[in-house]
Design a protein around this ligand. Structure first.
Ligand SMILES: Nc1ncnc2c1ncn2[C@@H]1O[C@H](COP(=O)(O)OP(=O)(O)OP(=O)(O)O)[C@@H](O)[C@H]1O
Ligand SMILES: [Mg+2]
Length: 339
């Protein structure tokens, strides 16, 4: 018993860990496993440098693509997502703004697309959308992701997820009325005399507003509801689990432990960890010989594919490279090789 039993019975699984530890490989393997158990499963890559397609040796890209029976893949393109989002908001705002404002509006919104965090926010919105809307379609959605502290926090806080998009929408339209709406939507500031906007879709919290303000307010509220629906799924341990992948090395361990604490703090249920690339207990001379054989093939490939670049091989160390002494050893190695 590993404690990971039933993980393919969850509805959403986030696979996270440090770069190169095997996240995509494990997300893909879990997807294949779930599909073999008769689940309809979608594997979503959120990494701009996608390798899900490489793993399945198939073109995937930014639309849901069949991989095998019961298994689909999707590679989100955060920049395209940010562009689509800003374009949609721009169109929406043009409807609301006076025609002589349109040129300036377009200019401002083009800037917004390149603002810090724009593609990250767009990515989070897409993730929330998949969680909130695609779970009718799929039994299990697996996200191949990287849990940097910032992303973790955003994932766990719908208010933070909404902040960027709200900012865009509210741009140029900060009327008093809209200010009131935004204030009302901000947690901790809800006024007792206003209804709670998230729970009752029949409720009309915008009574008495002019048409334009109302349109914006409704869009904001819709987005908030989306993030809240996603948040409800993500914090529910019977539906969602975070799965770490790490290798038995110092930095992946530190980063996973840190991320696990952050996730707990934000009530995202952590289901467990896959410790990858452990040397098998029965590794013998022939095992290492096979590893070396595989390595020789890849070293050969490197020569073929990258042979016009300057290349230097760094040997695998028996111990972690840690501390100044080790680094000096490595520096010495680099110097010895003319760097
Ligand atoms: N258990 C394993 N044994 C041997 N090779 C492995 C193992 N797990 C993964 N690999 C190899 O390690 C490489 C990196 O794996 P993968 O792409 O899954 O990592 P990743 O965490 O998704 O990386 P990134 O952070 O760049 O997205 C791949 O070439 C993969 O085939
Ligand atoms: Mg990957």
């Amino acid at each position: 018993m590993s404690g990971l039993e039933g993980i393919s019975d969850l509805r959403t699984v986030f696979v996270g860990g440090k770069g190169g530890v095997g996240k995509t490989t494990m997300a893909g393997a879990l997807g294949v496993h779930a599909a073999a158990r008769g689940k309809r499963c979608l594997v979503v890559s959120t990494d701009p440098a996608h390798s899900l397609g490489d793993l399945f040796q198939r073109e995937i890209g930014d639309r849901i693509t069949g991989l095998t029976a019961g298994l689909w893949g999707l590679e989100i393109d955060p920049d395209a997502q940010a562009r689509r989002h800003v374009d949609a908001v721009t169109e929406h705002m043009k409807e609301l703004a006076a025609p002589e404002m349109h040129k300036e509006l377009t200019r401002q919104m083009a800037l917004a697309r390149h603002s810090p965090g724009a593609s990250e926010a767009a990515l989070l919105e897409r993730i929330a959308g998949l969680i909130a809307d695609q779970l009718d379609e799929y039994d299990l959605i697996i996200f191949d992701t990287a849990p940097t502290g910032h992303t973790l926090r955003l994932l766990s806080l719908p208010e933070a997820m909404a902040a960027w998009t709200d900012g865009l929408l509210a741009h140029n339209r900060r009327s008093d009325e809209l200010g009131k709406v935004l204030k009302h939507l901000t947690p901790g500031q809800s006024r007792a005399d206003l209804p709670t906007p998230f729970d009752d879709p029949e409720e009309d919290p915008f009574q008495g507003m002019d048409r334009r303000t109302r349109r914006i307010a409704e869009t904001l509220l819709e987005r908030r509801r989306l993030f809240h629906r996603a948040r409800r799924v993500m914090t529910d341990a019977s539906r969602t689990g975070f799965l770490f992948v790490l290798t038995p090395e110092r930095l992946p361990i530190l980063e996973s432990a840190r991320a696990a604490r952050t996730l707990k703090e934000f009530q995202i249920p952590v289901r467990g960890a896959l410790v990858n690339r452990v040397i098998p207990a029965d590794a013998d001379g022939s095992f290492l010989a096979r590893r070396r054989e595989r390595e020789a093939r890849y070293l050969n490939d490197i020569g073929r594919e990258l042979g016009d670049l300057a290349l230097l091989r760094i040997p695998m160390h028996a111990e972690d490279i840690q501390g100044l002494e080790d680094l000096e050893g490595l520096a010495w190695y680099l110097r010895e090789h003319g760097m």
